[in-house]
Every structure is written in structure tokens, then in C-alpha cells.
Design a protein around this ligand. Sequence first.
Ligand code: ACO
Length: 434
Amino acid sequence: MIDKFTTDRKAKLILDGKTIELPIVEGSEGEKAIDIRRLRAETGYITIDSGYMNTGSCASDITFLDGEKGVLQYRGYAIEDLAANCSFIEVAYLLIHGRLPNRDELRNFSELLGLFALIHEDMVHFFDRFPAGASPMSILSSMVNCLCNFYPEMNENPMGNIDMMAARLLSKVRTIAAFSYKKSLGSPLVYPRHDLSYCANFLNMMFDSPVKPYEINATLVRALNQLLILHGDHEQNCSTATVRMVGSAKVNLYASISAGINALWGPLHGGANQAVMEMLEEIHASGGNYRKYIERAKDPNDPFRLVGFGHRVYKTFDPRSRIIKKACDDVLEAMGINSDPLLELAKEIEEVVLRDDYFVERNLYPNVDFYSGIIYRAMGIPVNMFTVMFALGRLPGWIAHWIEMWNDPNGRISRPRQVYVGPKRRKFVPLGER
Ligand code: ACO
């Protein structure tokens, strides 16, 4: 796909006295890149870019983000418009198909989600074999990986029916997530209901009980819907890049998504929402002196970081965090929580940090995870499920990227290079002589 965007302009690189011309690529929102694919073949040099700070691994028409201006768009639509007007399922359809569904398409897709919501009963027994206290993220990634054994038709013809494939995954992952929570409590499982929307169904599976029926609250459903939309995609982040990389070896969708779930688990990525709550709880429990923690975060000799601040791409406000902050107030009001000490703490920390030179100079603003945990907590979702919630939201993005990667005519197995800095070739010494 990248070749479609190659311009007539060239960058010139002088190497060992020789001038090499490298094509310049320009994206639809004006992003510029130098195409170095021929560099090694022509010069013997590779480029070094640890952490891929400056490397475009693909061309993609799914998500655009401008970290300097705080812009996020899915398939050309502003995240603010989607979060205000759409259901998560509409946005999932948009990410996967590249266009918003009409009424019939949305009805059909929702119907499929209802039809595929169950997981094979043999899989239900798997939950019994995890030890008490097992991480829901490890359960989720294992169970998603297993899906390829129960639904192998996907492996044979992955692009045969995209709606069916996407609906199956979106629906079953939701069920697995809710079941893993119920199992962790030792509570009876609550099966999905055909009459409920995606988010209402999830909350019901999480919180309904034979002894105390769950009352579905429209504000919570709306907030969950928004949170999932906001997490829907974020171009080449660590987990999405993982899905594409694993998938580039022509691994099935389930295994690729399972790898993405594992990447998301890390506290520097999706695990940050859990880490934020743990940090806020710790500050609160130790008397609320958040300034001490801010000073620690600024100390170059202390590894502590203020979780929920900073982002690889955003160098201004993360547009998602503004929407979440508002949703947070709505949820607390709906739950009748007049003041939440952790929310107050979070607001005070944000206020101080935004005026602190250390954070200002480094462009460290609150990210999407800073407030999302407070909403999840108010909904009754336990902290160890927060990253699972992130995975639920990110799923349509992962699916869209996997499809795009699979269909890219220039697609190749992802295989970075390295500069070797180990010992030079040396003489082998047999075991008895060492
Ligand atoms: N607290 C204190 N200092 C920070 C923080 C923070 N949260 N984040 C970055 N910095 C400092 C670094 O120490 C570094 O300072 P220096 O220039 O004096 O060495 C500078 O800011 C740049 O930081 P990097 O680590 O180089 O930035 P990078 O882009 O590699 O990392 C990351 C981005 C991982 C998100 C980082 O900001 C961080 O660790 N934040 C806390 C964890 C977090 O909230 N993660 C969620 C990210 S959003 C998501 O994945 C959905």
C-alpha cells in the first residue's frame, strides 16, 4: 500500500562520498516519511531505531493521530464525534470495514454478535483449572489462543466472512472476560442475553446473580460504551504492532490477538490503568501527600514514574483523557458518589503536574489511563480486570490491523535487523578443555 503514496520528491543521503536518493512518501494527512527499503541493498547500511521511535512499519488507513495537536481520528472521523454519537459496535464496524454501517448492516452485525456470544461448553471447564488468583489477562490470552481449536474454520479461510469472524471474536472475548471474573469469585456464570446491547450484556454477565438481579444503569452503559470506543484503536502501539508482527508470520487471528493481549498486559502499556489506581490508592493510604510522589517521579535516581502521565506519541493533552474526565463525573453522579477521594486526589495531582516545569518541559500530560480506572472502579469492576477492559475496547482495532496486514500486497514477515556487538568469531573449546 505504501507505494501508492510515494511522491516524486527524493531525500539525498551522502554516504561514504556517494549520494543516494531515497523516495519521500506523504500520507493523506500530510505525514512525511523517507522510504529506506532499498538502503541496505544499495549501501550495505541499515538504520538503528530502538523502540521504533522514528520507524513507520507500514502504511495504514485505519487511524490517524497527531500527537503534537492532540488529534485522534478513526477512518477519518474525529474521536470526539464518534464518542458522542456512536455505539461501540458501530465504531467496531467502522474500524473493521472502513465505513460506518447503515441501519441494516448494524442490525445484521448486532445479530451475529448475539448468535456467537456463547463459548463452547468444553472451554468453560478450562476456567476451573486456573489457580485461585490467576491474572485475568493470562486467562484471557490463553482462552483466546484456544479459540482456534474450537472454531478452526477461521484458520482455513480467514477472509471468507469478515463480519462473522469479527462478531465471533468480539462477542466471545466479552463472554470470556465476564466468565473469568465470575470464576475468580467462585460465583455461578451468567450467560449472555440476546436482548441486551453489547455493553449492557457485559455488565449483566459481570454483575447479575441468582440471588440479586443486576439493574442495568443507562449512564453506566453509556460510559462503558464511550470508554470502549476511546480505546478502539491507536495505530501502531505496542500491542497492535505485536498483532501485526505475529500475524505477519501468517499465524491465525486468534493467536495474533492473544499475543496482542500479552503485550497490552505490561504496565507501560495497557497495564497502566491498573497501575494508576494502585498508585492513587497507595498515595491515599499513606496520608495523601501526593507532592512526595511527584518529587520522586522527578528524581532521575528514582525509577518511580507518575503512572497515567506521558505518552510516546501525544506531546499535548490526550484527546481521550478529556472525554473520560467528563464521563467520570457522570458515572460518579449516577452511582450517587458525591465525592470520591481518589478522584479528588487525581484532580489535584493533575493540576499540580500541569504547572510543574519538569512535566511541562517534557510534555507529560495525563493519558487515557489516568481517569479510566476511577470510572471502572465506580462501576464495580475490580482493579485486576482493568486491563481486560482495555483489551475489550482495543479488539476491533487489532482485528482491523490484522485484516489490513493480511491483505497488504507488499506485506512481508516482520523481521527487524540489528547491529551485532558481541564477541568476534573465536575458536571453539571442547567441554573437557574449558
Ligand atoms: N513520570 C515521570 N517522568 C516521566 C514520565 C512519568 N510518567 N513519563 C516520562 N517521563 C520522563 C522520562 O523520565 C524522561 O525524562 P528524561 O528526558 O529526563 O530522561 C522523559 O520524560 C521522556 O520519557 P521516555 O521514557 O523517554 O518517553 P517514552 O515515550 O519512551 O515513554 C511512556 C512513554 C512509557 C508512556 C512514559 O511516559 C511512561 O512510562 N508513563 C507512565 C506509564 C503510563 O502511564 N503508561 C500508559 C501510556 S498510555 C497507553 O499505553 C494506553
